[in-house]
Design a protein around this ligand. Structure first.
Ligand code: GLU
Length: 373
């Protein structure tokens, strides 16, 4: 199973963390970037399609400007990222050029992904670059990204890129070997888990316990990224990027790293986008009948099944749907604002017309806009 997946994959997103390619004292690790570029270029030549998501802009900017410490304020961080990003691209450009490959810089924010038109536009650009044989090097657009529009960490960004580019595998190059049965620093007898068939709450707990010192997210955001792409039918490989030759070996079927398997039934692109790219603005709590109708009957959500609405949102916004116990069962785009839903909740269609007049929509969330989790 593991070998079939890894040897057969054509299009992959490779996430490269800051600590692999940059050091806070000496700046970019150019030898390491060259070594990784060599390995990725060889994979490209062998017919694999590679997209890189690379961190390292901020650290590179800090060392280039010789700042004394890691900046705390946003404008300083953003200024450092602006200086560092061009340096980072310069390094990738040089490294891939040695192998006769072109690179392209793509800088994204959450906002670019949350707008469906911009999302599709970015997808077309990426696919064109890949068809040309260019290696896209993607990072968050740190210079303009304030909190509301930030993705926040590059593990998450890489999982968004998997969906964006319709990739078949997410590879996270880390400074640890993968997911262990226990924290290997605390228990030397902990063993590496080669295949994780399903990402359960236990898996997430394990990831929390074995968090690393690397980058923004540690193991928790990596496993969360793996879970997100698993819903899109895409597996994730977490391996140690410090070990020369490991990635090509593993992709050729050799041992190393942890592979998180995907769901067999893959969520459609638009529904995955609703469920995992958009940020919900509020939630509705449903009664048992509505939960049953949605989960088993594949029905739309009607006002009659809503018992409570929380948050302030407008028609068209993404929200969460909770069952009577508060468990999230779906996410969807609403046809009415929270104010209107509050007035019509629990009512049947006829009574809704009496309450607020004739409406364009019957459903609060149409099933085409409802992603079941
Ligand atoms: N975008 C940031 C950078 O390039 C890194 C974010 C992350 O490592 O998750 O410096």
């Amino acid at each position: 199973m593991r070998n079939e997946i890894l040897t057969g994959v054509k299009r992959l997103v490779v996430k490269i963390g800051s600590s692999l390619i940059a050091s806070r004292t000496t700046g970019l690790r150019l030898n390491q970037i060259e070594r990784l570029a060599d390995e990725l270029a060889a994979l490209r030549t062998a017919g694999r399609e590679i997209l890189v998501v690379s961190s390292g802009a901020i650290i590179s900017g800090i060392t280039k400007l010789q700042l004394k410490e890691y900046p705390k304020s946003l404008p300083v961080k953003q200024a450092a990222a602006a200086v560092g990003q061009s340096r980072l691209m310069w390094a990738y450009e040089k490294a891939f050029e040695r192998k006769g490959l072109h690179v392209a810089q793509i800088l994204l924010t959450h906002q670019d992904l949350a707008d469906r038109r911009r999302f599709l536009n970015a997808r077309h650009t990426l696919v064109t670059l890949i068809e040309w044989g260019v290696v896209p090097i993607i990072n968050e657009n740190d210079t303009v990204a304030v909190d509301e529009i930030r993705v926040g960490d590059n593990d998450t960004l890489a999982s968004d890129v998997v969906h964006l580019a319709d990739a078949e595998l997410l590879v996270i190059l880390s400074d640890v070997d993968g997911l262990f049965t226990e924290d290997p620093r605390k228990n030397p007898s902990a063993t590496l888990i080669p295949v994780i068939p399903e990402i359960t709450e236990d898996t997430e707990r394990l990831a929390g316990a074995s968090s690393t010192f690397e980058g923004t997210g540690g193991m928790t955001t990596k496993v969360r990224a793996a879970k997100k792409v698993a819903e899109y039918g895409v597996p994730t490989l977490i391996i140690n990027g410090e070990r020369p030759g490991l990635l090509p070996t593993v992709l050729a079927g050799g041992p190393g790293g942890s592979l998180f398997l995907a769901r067999e039934r893959r969520m459609k692109s638009r529904k995955h986008w609703i469920a995992f790219t958009l940020r919900p603005r509020g939630y509705v709590r449903l009664d048992h009948g509505a939960v049953e109708a949605i989960l088993k009957g594949g029905k739309s959500l009607l006002a009659s099944g809503i018992v409570e609405v929380v948050g302030t949102f407008e028609a068209g916004d993404p929200i969460r749907c909770l069952d009577p116990d508060g468990k999230e069962i779906a996410k969807g785009l609403v046809n009415f604002s929270s104010t209107v839903i509050d007035r019509i909740k629990g009512l049947r269609t006829r009574d809704i017309h009496e309450q607020i007049g004739p409406q364009e929509y019957e459903e609060v969330i149409h099933r085409d806009n409802l992603a079941i989790l």
